[in-house]
Design a protein around this ligand. Sequence first.
Ligand SMILES: Nc1ncnc2c1ncn2[C@@H]1O[C@H](COP(=O)(O)OP(=O)(O)OP(=O)(O)O)[C@@H](O)[C@H]1O
Ligand SMILES: [Mg+2]
Length: 455
Amino acid sequence: MDPINLLVVEDDVLMREFIAQTLSQGPYIVETASKGLEAQKMAERKSYHLAVLDIKLPDLSGLDLLSHIKKLSPSTEVVMMTAYATIEGAVQAVKMGASNYLRKPFSAQELEAAVEKALDYQQLKEENKRLRGQLNLQSGYGMMVGKDKKMQDVYKLIELVAQSHSTVLIQGESGTGKELVVRAIHQVSPRREKPFISINCAAVPDNLLESELFGHEKGAFTGAISRRKGKFELADGGTLLLDEIGEMSLGLQAKLLRVLQEFEFYRVGGSEPIRVNVRVIATTNQDLTQAIKEGKFREDLFFRLNVVKILLPPLRERRNDIPLLAEYFLRKYGELYHKEMFSISKEAMEILLKYDWPGNVRELENQMERAVVLNSTPEVRPDHLSLQYNLRLDKTNSFSALVGLSLRKVEKNLLLKTLEKEGGNRTRSARVLGITVRTLRNKLKEYREEGWTGK
Ligand SMILES: Nc1ncnc2c1ncn2[C@@H]1O[C@H](COP(=O)(O)OP(=O)(O)OP(=O)(O)O)[C@@H](O)[C@H]1O
Ligand SMILES: [Mg+2]
């Protein structure tokens, strides 16, 4: 076991010796100081398990010393010593985080008891913290819920890259939680106190994106009425998220590459080079290697971004996490809309588990929010769900029911229904439908572009 380090601060030499003597009988390593500033220096060099402080010191008030020690090391327990005259100070001390106080004069037993009690309490707190940490890691990571092996791997990668400055590329289908991962990396990185800035490359028209990224000087173009800082400058010291990097034009890709290599750039219309220290994280929901083949994405930029790659699995490839996520979102929206005690019926859960989730976690979140908002009963049942695959085909087996629908609609319904039946397995579905997996994938992509994910 590690030694338990105690610090005793008392200006009265006899009292100090008495305390040190008494506590040295126990399993402690005792260090002493006679002045506040001396104690402060000692606490800066090392963190003690517990400090016994006199409330009245010649150079510094015991309360100031208490708050200083707590600031340096919040887990250090503090026992204050007071005379009768300063009992108000003792109350104040407890408010400021002291675990208890001793009234002078006190016996050796009273001293030992106070110290033991404070240390027991400390151990309890540590144990709680450890258990809570385990719970968090078992069911997710920070804001992220999910304990599937694939997600555990993602969490490990987050921890690893957070400590580095390397560029990160996050790839995953829409709604898989890419932005959440970027935020998590920023939060656990040493840059957490610095800005987190993001820009969606798909949402900003190409001719504006350059000045959004790098800023512009007054008069650089029509409408540039004053100098403006770009996202790179705003993110200095922190993290910059380039969302949907695949949508950036080739011209701008070249400029971005230069910045990533030199960390230096010019504002639009500017002649002064600007240097920044920014960690860049890019996300994409497309396969960039395919975009490279098609000449839409620069290979050199890809390699520069792809120093570390985090691949977020679609929800249908980590179905274990569906109940956990569903319950989490129910609780979240239950609290938000002041509706409590939501649970999911067995039948509804079966549907959730089988569904293909083309919109991934976002779609599940939307479904659960909808269920909370629309429900007056505390249980989510199948009819509270509105999934894309709940199709009209369900209601009948007869072909006549299809008359009036376009071929395209029937094709789409059949395809989705088959996928649902095969538990989202594309290979098996394609076999049943008599088409190749590639055709299936292309069709799904078309449907998604038509906006059937509900996004
Ligand atoms: N593991 C998770 N735990 C909890 N919430 C999650 C998780 N993954 C995603 N979400 C939630 O799902 C929604 C979508 O996540 P996010 O915006 O990060 O996805 P995305 O991959 O960036 O999507 P897009 O490509 O459409 O931008 C958010 O509300 C997010 O909070
Ligand atoms: Mg996103």
